[in-house]
Design a protein around this ligand. Structure first.
Ligand SMILES: NC(=O)C1=CN([C@@H]2O[C@H](COP(=O)(O)OP(=O)(O)OC[C@H]3O[C@@H](n4cnc5c(N)ncnc54)[C@H](O)[C@@H]3O)[C@@H](O)[C@H]2O)C=CC1
Ligand SMILES: O=C(O)C(=O)Cc1ccc(O)cc1
Length: 367
């Protein structure tokens, strides 16, 4: 990709991760972040400049006029509101895109403002419950689906260009209609977030002696991890994808009523079938996004938080001629405390490494 001038409005977990990835792709890109409060120092943005990820921070939208590309990476409602402010600022050939979790409203707004030809919706299906630049890293986007939603008017060259750029950053671009995107994400992301938060609420409001909190571990923490996400971000998602969310939430409430009736009537077979069919479907979900297109041979490993721990593992594997393609600590929902992720070139090496590491008393997770 050519050297680009790229602007960011909103520079937290996702904006920061994109900037890291773009910076790694081409050190000559000029990356600028806009900050909306001139009177308040933003230590996170200053750190991004010190890290060499950002070239500059600007406090006036007018200073984004030289951008070839703009990423809107604030909460969804804020992203939408920036479009009208940018209309008279950006060049006619500046690509405007966003990373928000809802696509219908922002695509409609771009078209109604006359920006439809230069706007394309975007949504990296990667992230975590953490927020802010300090938690961002380039590999957050790696092997993750990155949905693109062109408007009816988006220039096809722009769609093609962004598709290639996203692919170059290690994500897997997928093109969807905005409404299809919003239905899918309501079912697999937005409603599950509401459910996670309501589960936490159930325990919070009934745990009068804090015993539930003390004993809550394992399953409860897994299923509710996402309830720790940014409240503003989720408020914005609920206020913009309301119809799709209501549709799936009502379906879900009906299914809860059905299982409630089955319990009340002690319907043994129905209860068994409820768990069996969910388990079978859950097990059929691909483990990694990359599984479909570009298979990843990886395993995850608990290691002690001490100097030399990674080197010890690498030496053990090298001693058995097992070549590592990639190695590094990751932090995400599934492994809250962080684990070592090791990627291999082939499935055979990955299997052999898992066996070897287990023989050496490491806890290995394969996904
Ligand atoms: N967190 C996640 O896992 C994912 C989030 N998204 C979407 O990405 C967007 C950003 O989310 P995160 O990076 O996770 O949140 P974040 O909280 O880490 O970052 C948001 C940034 O936007 C800034 N901001 C807030 N209001 C603003 C305004 N009015 N003007 C300018 N900047 C403003 C904040 O200061 C912060 O730096 C959201 O639209 C969200 O729906 C998309 C995929 C995954
Ligand atoms: O909800 C999820 O599944 C996540 O793990 C993180 C996430 C949050 C919001 C998004 O729009 C996309 C991904």
């Amino acid at each position: 990709m050519n050297d680009l001038v790229v602007g960011f409005i909103g520079f937290g977990l996702i904006g920061g991760s994109l900037a890291h990835a773009l910076r790694e792709q081409n050190p000559k890109h000029t990356l600028i972040a806009y900050y909306y409060n001139k009177n308040k120092a933003n230590t996170e943005l200053s750190r991004a400049v010190q890290d060499g990820v950002l070239n500059d921070i600007v406090y006036d939208l007018q200073e984004l006029q030289e951008c070839n590309m703009l990423f809107l990476c604030a909460p969804v409602l804020s992203n939408i509101s920036y479009l009208s402010k940018l209309k008279d600022v950006v060049k006619a050939d500046c690509i405007i895109t966003d990373v928000g979790s809802v696509k219908g409203n922002i695509c409609r707004e771009a078209v109604s403002l006359g920006l439809g030809n230069q706007f394309i919706g975007g949504h990296p299906m990667a992230g975590s419950e953490k927020t802010g630049y300090s938690n961002s890293y380039s590999r957050l986007l790696e092997n993750a689906y990155y949905i693109l939603t062109p408007t009816k008017e988006t220039d096809s060259n722009i769609t093609e260009y962004l598709y290639k750029l996203i692919k170059g950053l290690g994500s897997i671009p997928v093109i969807l209609e905005p409404s299809e995107h919003d239905d899918i994400t309501a079912a697999i992301s937005h409603v599950p977030h509401i459910i996670a938060s309501s589960l936490v609420g159930m325990v919070k409001n009934t745990d009068h002696e804090d015993k539930m909190k003390m004993l809550a571990a394992g399953g409860f923490k897994d299923i509710t991890r996402i309830a720790s996400s940014s409240p503003v971000m989720w408020q914005n998602i609920c206020l913009t994808n309301t119809d799709s969310i209501l549709h799936f939430l009502e379906y879900y409430i009906d299914s809860l009523k059905e299982i409630t009736d089955s319990l009340r009537d002690s319907k043994e077979e129905t209860i068994l079938e409820f768990f069996q069919s969910a388990g079978e479907y859950r097990d059929s979900i691909p483990n990694t996004s990359a599984g479909l297109l570009n298979k990843v041979f990886e395993l995850y490993l608990d290691i002690n938080d001490e100097a030399g721990a990674i080197a010890t593992v690498a030496t053990l594997l090298a001693g058995h001629q097992l070549s590592i393609k990639n190695i590094g600590i990751i932090h995400n929902r599934e492994f809250e405390e962080g684990v070592l992720r090791i990627e291999f070139y082939q499935q055979d090496s990955c299997n052999a490494a898992a066996l070897l590491l287990r023989q050496n008393h490491y806890t290995v997770y394969e996904r």
